[in-house]
Write a protein that binds this ligand. Structure first.
Ligand code: DAH
Length: 337
């Protein structure tokens, strides 16, 4: 056989076998077959080449070496590939870039609450809390809401089946989910001598029909300031400053005459935000009957109070058209804040 052709055939076959090998065992078999020192095919070739004429020998010898080197290199690289342990499909690849943890954000209502607390705190109002489960005394009686007042109607409130509460009898005063944060005014004054300057932010509950602007639970911010001569002008100033701090300089507020049992005189508060007048709550001068109910002397102190709806502000600022979106916990909505 022509030695050059024999070399070419050897190389082709060797490289094909190397590529076809698919395990450490099969590549070892290929190595023995093509490069084995004792009786591999390379040895056979060497024997054939030994017979070429002395003139041809240097040329053929060179070719022999380069074929051997090529096969050797290919074999070694395939050996390396096959000796690497196969990565299990679900193995942890620590070299992959990590997936960053998704950070949550605070609920838009929580953000509003925090901002309100912050603003009122800067004005020197102490932030206090009150219970959501209330009694008749704090939700109504001490707030000068008489027995027959429609605000006490069972259809307007979430009264609890008090007999089911351990230790309470059927004849004890009713317990309800508070319908307003004004309850906290009473709780504070009961325990604190004047002067008083507080705000209280929290949930209130009413069995309203739920629609785009009503829910059975929402939030209010209650404010109360009592002292020797607190005036309505101060009430308006505080609300004006509050509106500016939250909404910006170009905000106007206005009072409209109104009625609440616990204030006299009473007003509805509107804020002009952009082109829109928004009704944001009620306010007024604390009624003398409320002072009497908590043991304050109405001849010695005066005070103002206000109660603002928090969702209103939050919805207007973020352009949220439906209050229900705030309480559906849809992540696609909440992610935007
Ligand atoms: N509690 C009233 C309500 O829920 C709002 C309110 C009005 C609170 C006048 C006040 C106030 O403190 O002075 O509708």
């Amino acid at each position: 056989m022509d030695p050059v052709a024999a070399l070419g055939e050897y190389q082709r076959e060797a490289l094909a076998a190397i590529e076809a090998a698919d395990s450490p065992e099969s590549i070892e078999a290929v190595r023995i077959e093509f490069l084995g020192k004792k009786k591999g095919r390379l040895r056979e070739l060497q024997a054939v080449l030994g017979q070429v004429s002395p003139e041809e020998r240097p040329v053929i010898g060179k070719q022999f070496n380069s074929v051997r080197n090529a096969v050797q290199t290919a074999l070694e690289s395939r050996q390396k590939q096959l000796s690497r342990p196969k990565q299990a499909a679900d193995a942890l690849d620590v070299t992959l870039p990590g997936s960053p943890p998704q950070l949550g954000t605070r609920h838009p209502v929580t953000q509003t609450l925090e901002e309100f607390r912050d603003i009122m705190g800067r004005f020197g109002f102490l932030v206090v809390d009150g219970p959501e489960l209330e009694d008749d005394q704090h939700n109504f009686a001490s707030l000068n809401i008489p027995e027959e007042h429609p605000a006490r109607d069972p259809l307007e409130n979430f009264y609890l089946a008090t007999a089911a509460i351990a230790g309470r009898g059927l004849d004890e005063p009713p317990v309800l989910l508070r319908s307003q944060t004004s309850t906290v005014q009473i709780r504070v004054m009961e325990h604190t001598p004047p002067p008083v300057r507080i705000v209280s932010l929290g949930r209130v509950y009413r069995p309203d029909t739920i629609d785009a602007t009503h829910h059975c639970m929402f939030h209010q911010m209650e404010g109360l300031m009592v002292g020797p001569d607190v005036t309505m002008a101060q009430l308006k100033t505080v609300l004006q400053l509050f509106a500016r701090a939250y909404l910006g300089e170009d905000v106007a507020i206005r009072f409209r005459p109104s009625f609440f049992p616990f204030t006299e005189p009473s007003v509805e508060v509107d804020m002009k935000w952009g082109d829109i007048w928004l009704e944001i709550g009620g306010a007024g001068m604390v009624d003398p009957n409320v002072f009497r109910a908590v043991g304050y002397n109405p001849d010695e102190v005066s005070g103002f109070a206000f109660g603002l709806g928090i969702e209103r502000f939050c919805m207007r600022r973020h352009n949220i058209p439906d209050i229900r979106w705030l309480y559906e916990n849809d992540i696609r909505f909440l992610q935007q804040f």
